[in-house]
Design a binder for this molecule. Structure first.
Ligand SMILES: [Cu+2]
Length: 157
């Protein structure tokens, strides 16, 4: 006799089973948040280059007396640099290319700087002996034997 009421009590809870359909909207909301997260991540990766650009600009600010040298697959720009012996030379090496590292090396002066893709660095040295020095890049195709990847540093007395 007592089992009947309990069974009746169970059946009402079964009748409230139309709840499952209500779960569908909530899962849709979750996936929506997932998309938002992806969009946010995409924004962060897109804005990262901006950060780097700002860092570069601030790094080169107030750089009087610094000669900018562009390094690319088409060679050095400028290809000729004139300096005076005994005076500190400051070069801002800029590799704006994606995927290729470049180098500036001068054997006679013991210089060898590697510039990673999409980066730059300021180097300084003081040549003491007048003369004509060849700077080159051996990091990319052609290397030292490629005339386009060579330039001339002229040190005058
Ligand atoms: Cu190179």
């Amino acid at each position: 006799m007592l089992t009947n009421p309990t069974q009746e009590a169970v059946s009402p809870t079964d009748s409230t089973s139309p709840l499952p359909p209500q779960k569908l909207p909530s899962t849709r909301v979750v996936s929506g948040f997932g998309l938002l997260l992806l969009a946010a991540l995409a924004l962060v990766t897109l804005t990262n280059p901006w950060w780097l650009d700002d860092l570069w600009r601030s790094g080169s600010a107030g750089s009087s007396g610094v000669t900018t040298v562009q390094l690319s697959m088409s060679g050095f720009r400028p290809k000729a640099i004139d300096v005076k012996a005994g005076t500190e030379v400051r070069l801002r090496l800029v590799n704006a290319e994606e995927g290729y590292e470049h180098e500036l090396a001068i054997d006679e002066l013991g210089l060898d700087y590697m510039v990673q893709p999409g980066s730059e660095q300021v180097i300084s040295f003081t040549p003491t002996t007048p003369g004509s020095y060849t700077f080159y890049c051996e990091a990319c195709c052609g290397g030292k034997g490629n005339p386009s990847m060579r330039g001339k540093l002229t040190v005058s007395a």
